[in-house]
Design a protein around this ligand. Structure first.
Ligand code: HEC
Length: 90
């Protein structure tokens, strides 16, 4: 009985480790994209991708909040990168 218990723990631990490692790998490929790239791939799906010089830094913060509601496949980090990229132009 004791043997089974430690074996079960070992199996559960291994599955957990595999999921944990895969989880990290998947996140890394997504977040490795630059703000410019995320902008190019996502912000022209519904309208023309806005030009970085169109809005001030403060306005881009607001746009980021608005568009985060609409672009529901982007994470907080990715939206922040897009906003940083858009702000860097002016
Ligand atoms: C799912 C569709 C969709 C996607 C994807 C999308 N937008 Fe929009 N966007 C809209 C709609 C609809 C409006 C007009 C209504 C509004 O302003 O909320 C808009 C308006 C805007 C405006 C005008 C100002 C404003 O805040 O209303 C800007 C700038 C903008 N989007 C930037 C972006 C950026 C940057 C991205 C990428 C992160 C993006 N959008 C992705 C749908 C989208």
């Amino acid at each position: 009985m004791k043997k089974i218990t430690s074996l079960s723990i070992a199996i559960i631990f291994s599955i957990g480790t595999i999921l944990f490692i895969n989880g990290c790998a998947a996140t890394e490929t997504v977040t490795a994209k630059s703000g410019a790239q995320i902008w190019g791939e996502n912000c022209l799906r519904c309208h023309n991708a806005p030009d970085p010089v169109d809005y001030s830094d403060a306005q881009w913060e607001t746009v980021g909040m608005h568009m985060k509601q609409r672009v529901n496949n982007l994470t907080e980090t990715e939206i922040n990168k897009v906003v940083e990229f858009l702000q860097s132009a002016n």
